[in-house]
Design a protein around this ligand. Structure first.
Ligand SMILES: NC(=O)c1ccc[n+]([C@@H]2O[C@H](COP(=O)([O-])OP(=O)(O)OC[C@H]3O[C@@H](n4cnc5c(N)ncnc54)[C@H](O)[C@@H]3O)[C@@H](O)[C@H]2O)c1
Ligand SMILES: O=C(O)C(=O)C[C@@H](O)[C@H](O)[C@H](O)COP(=O)(O)O
Ligand SMILES: [Zn+2]
Length: 372
């Protein structure tokens, strides 16, 4: 498969996607970073490193490994400070390279370390979850969460290379795989009807972890992301469409203190809320809405959570897409097309969010739902 290129005003890099890439990781990193590299620092989480550390470091003469405990609750400033101190103590300089080896949490946080350590050093993203491969490793959004809201602190800091090896997904827990697939559904809905149909027709293969099927999903999702980021690096317009499902999804994550749902699962519910809003407004047909909601559940189950519609709407007021008091919302208008609207009223949003919560509670009653 040809590699995917990112070209923005501030960065230019390739995404290499394939199998057996870890074996040649050192050469790939050297090719991308050149001779100016002094030291390589891996940032990863302990359990993941136990699984893949040996395979990764086989070709490295020396690399320092720094650990971030797994989980969204560690994507916080406290972790940033600890890791910055470790970088300094271990002699990281401006020619050091950080390698984010992990999912989106490791990727976002390591990207942020690279953005601010010594006012900016280079980072290579080696995504190991499906979510990180289809979405978070590319595009340069880095940062951490605040109690007040998701990703409220961060920086745009692109990697110098992204190396995505499908083989590492073999050890990914199934719920993590399904959560990542929600972001792939997002990519299909906003811009790629063929990806959407592929996910519909090949659900069994994809969920069984079939390498070829997963590679198609990652490839098509990444092309959506790269195409959007290449046109609007800093999210002044078009890039907002990558946030479909995230207005309410992020509110769910904050309302549940980042501990109940995986990011992709929260986005699944957030997409359902956005679809109900689109339907209420007549922007999306009942038939298309059903196709999307069915696909979200096909790649579920989305776990149930406890939060009031009013609280979710309240939290969504702090969404980064909002400017000057105007709420921006990404609404699907079909499979593969979305619109950015600015006139959603609080009542409409409340109605759509309540509809989503009612669906969740109906599913819990019929035991089609798992509780967390
Ligand atoms: N920057 C962006 O553009 C962007 C895009 C989407 C999501 N995100 C962020 O990404 C984060 C979610 O990322 P995620 O879903 O990858 O979760 P995650 O990073 O928490 O990883 C999920 C879990 O899987 C484990 N793991 C990772 N790879 C594994 C493997 N190959 N085998 C076994 N276990 C493995 C991790 O250690 C972790 O416990 C959220 O913070 C979200 O906000 C960022
Ligand atoms: O890359 C983007 O742009 C996205 O919105 C991708 C999202 O999937 C991702 O969750 C992102 O981190 C959300 O960014 P935020 O700016 O809304 O915090
Ligand atoms: Zn996301």
């Amino acid at each position: 498969m040809p590699s995917i290129s990112l070209k923005t005003p501030s960065a230019s890099y390739d995404v290499t996607l394939g199998t057996s890439l870890l074996k040649t990781l050192r050469q790939r990193i050297t090719r991308a970073t050149g001779s100016r590299t002094s030291r390589i620092f891996f940032v990863t989480s302990p359990a993941l490193w136990k699984l893949w550390g040996e395979a990764v470091t086989e070709s490295f003469e020396s690399a320092t490994v720094l650990f971030l405990p797994a989980g969204e609750s560690h994507k916080r400033f406290a972790s940033v400070e600890k890791l910055l101190e470790q970088l300094a103590r271990n002699g990281a300089d401006r020619d050091s390279i950080l390698v984010a080896f992990g999912g989106g949490v490791v990727g976002d946080l390591t990207g942020f370390l690279a953005a601010i350590y010594m006012r900016g050093i280079r980072v290579v993203q080696v995504p190991t979850t499906l979510l990180a491969q289809v979405d978070s490793s590319v595009g340069g959004k880095t940062g951490v969460n605040l109690a007040a809201g998701k990703n409220l602190v961060g920086s745009f800091h692109h990697p110098v290379a992204v190396i995505a090896d499908i083989d590492v997904l073999q050890t990914l827990p199934k719920n993590e795989l399904r959560a990542g697939l929600q972001e792939a559904i997002k990519s299909g809905v906003i811009r790629d009807p063929k990806l959407f149909s592929f996910l519909e027709k090949n659900a069994d293969k994809v969920l069984a972890g079939d390498t070829k099927a997963l590679q198609t999903v990652v490839d098509r999702s990444l092309r959506v992301k790269a195409d959007v980021v290449n046109q609007d690096e800093l999210e002044n317009g078009l890039r907002m469409i990558l946030n479909f499902g995230h207005t309410i999804g992020h509110a769910i994550e904050a309302a549940t203190k980042y501990t109940v749902l995986l990011h992709g699962e929260a986005i699944g519910w957030g997409m359902i809320a956005a679809i109900r809003l689109a339907e209420q407004r007549g922007a999306m047909s009942e038939k298309d809405a059903k196709r999307v909601v069915d696909l979200i559940h096909r790649y579920g189950p989305l776990p149930a959570f406890k939060a009031k519609a009013e609280r979710l709407v309240e939290l969504s007021a702090g969404d980064k897409k909002n400017r000057g008091g105007a709420k921006r919302f990404i609404l699907p208008t079909g499979i593969g097309t979305v619109e950015i609207v600015t006139d959603v009223t609080e009542d409409e949003l409340l109605a759509a969010t309540s509809a989503m919560l009612q669906e969740m509670s109906a599913m819990t009653k019929t035991k089609k739902q798992v509780k967390r």
